[in-house]
Design a protein around this ligand. Structure first.
Ligand code: ADP
Length: 347
């Protein structure tokens, strides 16, 4: 189990990591999610032993790792660019750690083949890294990281150099591989979808501090602050009567509300001074929807249309249309609310 107690790392006058405490039980995958410059790579490097702590401690199975050099921590690191050895074959790249450990050639071959299978590249052993696509190179880098059977795998934006569709597919594969192998891992990313796909726990980091930590589902359903909500993809924030109008008189939004006293049913009273946060997908064009408004803006994306709708009695909200072929700007539409894309934030 990994434990960080009040970890602080400074570079001169800059505090890159400020008093961060986290724990990660064995077999779990933690995503440290935050914008560029928030300190997440520094935090990962501190765990790896590549940055000196100015305060606090990193512990592994209860043991303080202060003074333990990187190569003796039993952790593996994987970066955005897999940093493969260009002149070695794929098999030699993957088998590198095993050779260092003096594992015999036959056993090494067996293990390399097993890892190639695991990452979906059976038969690629003799290839050179330069003959592989970016996605294939990252799969090899992952196999190489896993070869040493690390106690902890540290992943620094492992997919961000890849194009979007590949990133999505590889994120799913990575999740499956980590679960299959029972690997304990910390993933650093700025991409909330990636964090959600790959990890089961999430620590949101903003301006050097961890501002929320929990299971991915908990953070998704109940962001602690508006800043966290914005960072994980909530776009519309409503209060007072507008929130009441969108929430509606029935109980449909309550699934997303934090536990508390039973909800009142009068629409205007239901939001209780809290902020109703909505993802774009929470409001969809639907002829039988309860809300109505005028489309101010429509932008087609690959498989949907992003709308800005001026809803009667509410104001502008982000919503989702599904037919890029229909010209919606200026038209009146009805919107239905989907509770899964909603959350209440403290007012
Ligand atoms: P992230 O990974 O979230 O993009 P980093 O951990 O790389 O953020 O950086 C956090 C802050 O620390 C930034 O302000 C960055 O400029 C600073 N920083 C990171 N590494 C160094 C370094 N080696 N020397 C000086 N400042 C650094």
């Amino acid at each position: 189990m990994l434990q960080l107690d009040d970890v602080t790392v400074r570079f001169g006058a800059t505090t890159a990591v400020d008093d961060v405490s986290l724990s990660l039980p064995e077999g779990h995958v933690l995503a440290v999610l935050g914008p560029s410059g928030c300190g997440k790579s520094t935090l990962l490097r501190a765990v790896a032993g590549l940055e000196r702590l100015d305060a606090g401690a990193v512990r592994w199975d209860g043991r303080d790792l202060r003074g333990v050099p990187t190569h003796e921590r039993g952790f593996a690191l994987m970066f955005q660019d897999g940093q493969l050895f260009a002149h070695a074959s794929v098999a030699d790249n993957i088998g590198y750690a095993l050779r260092l450990r003096r594992v015999g050639a036959a056993e090494r071959r067996r293990r390399v083949d097993e890892l190639l299978e695991l990452v979906g590249l059976p038969g690629y052993g003799a290839r050179r890294p330069a003959t592989l696509s970016g996605g294939e190179q990252q799969r090899v880098a992952l196999a190489r990281s896993l070869a040493a059977d690390p106690g902890l795998l540290l992943l620094d934006e492992p997919l961000s150099a890849l194009d979007r569709s590949l990133r999505e597919r590889l994120a799913g594969d990575l999740r499956e591989i980590l679960v299959t192998t029972g690997t304990t891992a910390v993933l650093v990313t700025h991409d909330h979808d990636e964090a959600f796909t790959i990890a089961d726990r999430m620590a949101v980091m903003l301006a050097s501090r961890v501002v929320q930590e929990g299971t991915t589902a908990e953070v998704w359903r109940a962001p602690a602050t508006r800043e966290v909500a914005e960072f994980i993809g909530f776009e519309t924030f409503l209060t007072g009567a507008a929130a009441g109008t969108v929430a509606g008189p029935d109980q449909q939004v309550d699934a997303a509300a934090p536990p508390g006293p039973p909800q009142q049913t009068a629409a205007s009273a239901r939001t209780d001074g809290r902020v109703l946060a909505l993802r774009r997908a929470a409001l969809r064009v639907d002829p039988s929807g309860r809300l109505e408004g005028v489309v101010r803006r429509a932008v087609a994306v690959s498989d949907a249309v992003h709308l800005t709708v001026d809803v009667d009695g509410v104001g502008e909200v982000a919503a989702l249309g599904d037919d890029p072929g229909v010209h919606l700007e200026g038209r009146r539409v009805r919107l239905a609310l989907e509770a899964r894309g909603t959350a209440y934030l403290p007012g």
